[in-house]
Design a protein around this ligand. Structure first.
Ligand code: AMP
Length: 324
């Protein structure tokens, strides 16, 4: 099942405690596509300026990303400059230059209008809304956003919430949007405004999936060296939506699996600058990391052992409230 993504296609300049990258491939749509392309076909819609090094997108095309919806307009490409200090969970935006994005009106090519899975990457929420007017009713519409838009386009973002099934955002953005310090309350606040599912990412502390009254949590992969957190969020979304589209299964159990695929893809993204790591991955590498996630949280409950008749100190059947 193809995934349609609309978002920024950028040139990023990023500084982390471990190095610097100037004018590298970036943007929400680019990062998402670099991750989702491993699971199935991706259709990308966005805009670049006349100064964009289009050859840098070739590896994406080679991985099956359809760039027919990428417009090249007269003017400067979108540029984002950011710095991460030792807290790698939060980027400090030094400069956002919208360039050709300030006049962009997404035109969804005819061939993309029936995409069953749609990801509205981080861009102006008015453009995200505009995309939904051009597509036939998809099976799942997910969106992302960030502080920049929560501050400058709050009303438009709240309007968008009424038209999406799922939103992904990080903990700071969830708090900023809802003005709730508690993330469970923040998720409820968002679900009351439309989305049936809310994914709240907590960087190196994992990610929550809220669906009605159910809550699922997946840890982040404990990497020893994190190089550049840029794109982790979009790569997470690429793994999450990519998995859902590939399996075409929106059951609760499969959504939980999707969170783990998302977490795996986010963990790859931070191992190198830009999309270098994600775009070059292979499926066996992804599957190996997913298996490691399973191992990470696998444990034997004392009650399981007690039920098997093992002598577990302090775990007599009926203890801990079970069946007592
Ligand atoms: P994340 O996956 O959350 O780390 O997003 C990183 C990407 O978001 C970078 O590659 C940036 O180019 C892009 N980005 C940063 N600010 C904005 C913005 N205001 N609108 C759209 N995209 C942005």
């Amino acid at each position: 099942m193809p995934v349609l993504v609309v978002g920024s296609v950028a040139l990023d300049s990023v500084e982390t405690p471990f190095g610097k990258a100037e004018e590298v491939l970036g943007g929400s749509a680019t990062m998402f596509a670099s991750s989702a392309c491993h699971f199935g076909p991706v259709q990308l819609v966005g805009v670049v300026g006349s100064d964009y090094p289009l050859e840098k997108l070739e590896p994406l095309r080679a991985k099956g990303v359809d760039l027919a919806g990428l417009e090249q307009a007269e003017g400067e490409s979108f540029r984002w400059r950011a710095r991460y200090r030792h807290d790698l969970n939060s980027a400090e935006t030094l400069e956002t230059r919208l360039g050709v994005f300030s006049h962009f009106r997404p035109q969804i090519p005819e061939a993309f209008r029936n995409a069953p899975y749609v990801f509205l990457g981080n861009i102006d929420p008015r453009l995200q809304r505009d995309v939904l007017r051009q597509v036939a009713r998809p099976k799942l519409v997910a969106c992302d956003t960030m502080n920049f838009w929560i501050e400058s386009r709050r009303a438009d973002l709240l309007d968008l919430l009424g038209h999406v099934d799922l939103i992904t955002l990080n903990d700071a953005e969830a708090r900023q949007l809802t003005e709730e310090a508690n993330l469970v309350k923040a998720a409820r606040w968002i679900m009351a405004r439309g989305p049936k599912h809310v994914v709240i990412k907590k960087g190196e502390h994992g990610a929550f999936l809220f669906s009605g009254d159910s809550i699922f949590f997946a840890p982040a992969y404990p990497l020893e060296s994190i190089f550049d957190p840029t794109g982790a969020g979009d790569s997470f979304a690429g793994g999450f939506i990519g998995w859902l589209a590939a399996t075409d299964d929106l059951s609760e159990a499969n959504m939980r699996r999707a969170v783990v695929y998302g977490s795996a893809m986010g963990s790859f993204a931070v191992e190198r600058f830009s999309n270098e790591r994600t775009v070059a991955l292979t499926l066996p590498e992804i599957d190996r990391r997913v298996a490691e996630f399973r191992q990470l949280v696998a444990f034997e409950h004392a009650l399981d052992r007690a039920a098997e008749g093992a002598a577990t100190p302090g775990a007599e059947p009926g203890e801990f409230g079970a069946g007592a």
